[in-house]
Design a binder for this molecule. Structure first.
Ligand code: X8Z
Ligand code: ZN
Length: 612
């Protein structure tokens, strides 16, 4: 599909991905003679050439569609998407035939593996299947882009409703926005979603995978089952921290809103957390901030507004951080071609993404930027994708990707962890006199945890739901129940009103209609702390970890560049080792960062019921 991964990297990502570890046997080669290693080399060379040639026009089409949604751009994008799927499936099937050829070089073997799992949503080879699948996925993506909710009975678009969910503290308005968005955006795409699952699963089976979920889990240099077990293990490392935060936040919401809105026990009402999907809670820091230690004396969003920042200045500030590490400035074309604010006169997909349209230096970001703290972080996040794309642009086509997709999502967030009070002073956003003193450390950590820790179960459950849908463990007549069960089990939240199977709440979250696998963000949440801890060590930082900013540190920048430049040329543990010295993904760095907060939360929570 055109829209995959960092939706953005489009066809490049679509063609790539990590090595295939199908959990069923590879399709048997139909050729009579056993292929040779030289034939495998030639096959890989052809796949890279065809993929590279197809990629740029396909990304141009995808860009135009995402920034100007009409029936016509949908039709053209669907056509390119179908062609892309057919190509990817053709080369995935071809690659399988070479899997057991003796004498393959490391690179040919790796590229064959990459080709086998490159397609996010495969179609079966029967005529018409790729077109039907692509039409469904384009339609779902564009309906999401055009989606509207209501506030005070008036229609409101996606980026405005997202911002309003962060600002409003009125439970009736929050409920109205939550329900209208989920009803209007999610429910209508339920039938399309169900049909796309059937087609893509057929395609996955033809490629030798049990289902699409197994295909997605095969992109991590290990077997799909091992990957699922790894994600569960990582979750167990950080779950106690999430539970402590949940207990604390629930009590604060109860204090603010009273029993009728938020009970003292049980799950949290999903619309009270400052975010449409309850995925990051930093926007309600004012509700949970403890007296004294919680008063930070500044709020990044307010600072940006007070200093007259506009979206361009926010972008320039983001670029400035990367420049300070030694990365060269973004190309002039970035500023001409990016979509930085929402165009007034047409429908677009506002969900942020980063692109490298020609896989060389045609870097772009597509956002509907607002001057607030969320978007300040998102700009650094998206730029992380762009600098990664540029760093690996000399790699062979099939290696032009992140070490794994979690790495791609982690880079910009890792950089943004350096947005400390001292950094804000350096760039002139915060006055030196306003830097929070050491007794405000708990407040700073709590503000950060509201985004970083709150996200963890959400990052995990989106694909728990999709893995279940693709495997059949969550049947088509139980999509909504399956979703709400997972939201309750992992996040401990409930929708503000009862939901039934006429609804389709997963469809109201961008990555579901857009078919972007989501476990990458769970991994990234942990990896970014591993990178950050390593960078602060490289920088010789001695104070509390969360006060470390590696802004301006060229040595850290050079080491980061070395990892980014590797692209996907080596299994991800090697990339991780290159920057951090370890080969294991782990939640420990995040746990270390928040250790003082955990202690404090446990003290606050004494005597309060925990869990739901
Ligand atoms: O989708 C994104 C980025 C684009 S790759 C804006 N993120 C996830 C989300 O918004 O759900 C970043 C954090 C998680
Ligand atoms: Zn991203």
């Amino acid at each position: 599909m055109i829209r995959t991964g960092i939706s953005s990297i489009a066809i490049a990502v679509a063609f790539l991905a990590a090595p295939a570890f199908a959990d069923t046997a590879a399709p048997v080669a139909t050729a009579v003679a056993t292929p040779t290693a030289a034939e495998a080399d030639a096959f890989v060379a052809e796949a890279e050439k065809v993929g590279a040639d197809f990629s740029t026009p396909a990304q141009q089409v995808a860009w135009i569609n995402a920034t100007y949604i009409t029936d016509d751009t949908d039709a053209i994008a669907a056509k390119y998407g179908a062609d892309a799927t057919e190509l990817q499936v053709k080369y995935a099937l071809g690659a399988a035939k070479f899997a057991n050829v003796p004498g393959l070089s490391f690179d040919t073997k790796r590229k064959l593996d990459l080709l086998r799992s490159a397609v996010t949503l495969p179609a079966p080879t029967k005529p018409g299947a790729a077109t039907e699948l692509s039409t469904l996925v384009t339609r779902m993506g564009s309906s999401y882009g055009k989606g509207k909710g209501t506030l005070d009975g008036k229609t409101i678009n996606g980026s405005d409703i997202e911002a309003a969910m962060g600002e409003s503290r009125d439970p009736a308005k929050l409920k109205e926005m939550w329900v209208s968005w989920h009803d209007n955006v999610g429910a209508p795409m339920r039938k399309d979603y169900e049909r796309h699952v059937v087609i893509a699963n057929e395609g996955a089976k033809e490629l030798g995978y049990a289902d699409v979920g197994a295909l997605w889990r095969s992109g991590y240099d290990m077997k799909p089952d091992e990957f699922a077990a790894l994600t569960d293990k990582l979750w167990k490392q950080v779950e106690p921290l999430y539970l402590a935060l949940h207990t604390y936040v629930r009590a604060k919401l109860n204090e603010k809103y009273g029993d009728a809105v938020q009970a003292k026990t049980g799950p949290i009402r999903a619309d009270l957390l400052g975010n449409m999907w309850a995925q990051e809670w930093g926007n309600i820091y004012d509700v949970v901030a403890p007296k004294g230690a919680g008063d930070l004396g500044y709020d990044t969003g307010e600072l940006l507004k007070a200093k007259g920042y506009d979206p361009i200045k926010m972008f320039k500030t983001g670029e400035g951080f990367y420049s300070s590490l030694g990365f060269k400035p973004l190309p002039d074309s970035f500023w001409v071609r990016s979509q930085i604010v929402k165009p007034a006169d047409r429908e677009v997909i506002c969900h942020a993404s980063a692109w490298d349209v020609d896989n060389k230096d045609d870097l772009r970001i597509k956002m509907c930027t607002k001057v607030n703290a969320d978007d300040f972080v998102t700009i650094h996040h998206e730029m992380g994708h762009n600098y990664y794309q540029r760093a690996y642009n000399k790699q062979p086509f099939l290696y032009e990707n992140g070490a794994n997709d979690g790495f791609h999502e982690a880079i910009g967030d890792f950089v943004a962890l350096s947005i400390t009070p001292d950094y804000l002073v350096k760039i002139g956003l915060l006055d030196q006199a306003k830097v929070p003193s050491a007794d405000k450390d708990i407040g700073l950590l709590l503000r950060q945890a509201m985004d970083k820790v709150a996200f963890l179960p959400f990052g995990l459950l989106i694909d728990k739901w999709r893995w279940g849908v693709f495997s059949g463990a969550i049947p088509a007549n139980g999509y909504e129940k399956g979703w709400n069960d997972l939201r309750l089990k992992y996040q401990g939240i409930v929708p503000p009103v009862a939901r039934d199977e006429t609804k389709f709440d997963p469809g109201a979250k961008y990555h579901v209609p857009a078919s972007v696998p989501y476990t990458r963000y769970f991994l990234a949440r942990l990896l970014q702390f591993q990178f950050y801890q390593a960078a602060c060590k490289q920088a010789g930082w001695k104070g509390p970890l969360h006060r470390c900013s590696f802004y301006g540190n060229k040595a850290v920048g050079a080491k980061l560049d070395a990892m980014l430049t590797m692209g996907q040329s080596k299994p991800w543990p090697e990339a991780l080792q290159a920057f951090t010295g370890t080969r294991e993904m782990s939640g420990q760095a995040l746990v270390d960062y928040f250790a003082p907060l955990k202690k404090w939360l446990d003290a606050q929570n004494k005597g309060k019921p925990s869990g739901w």
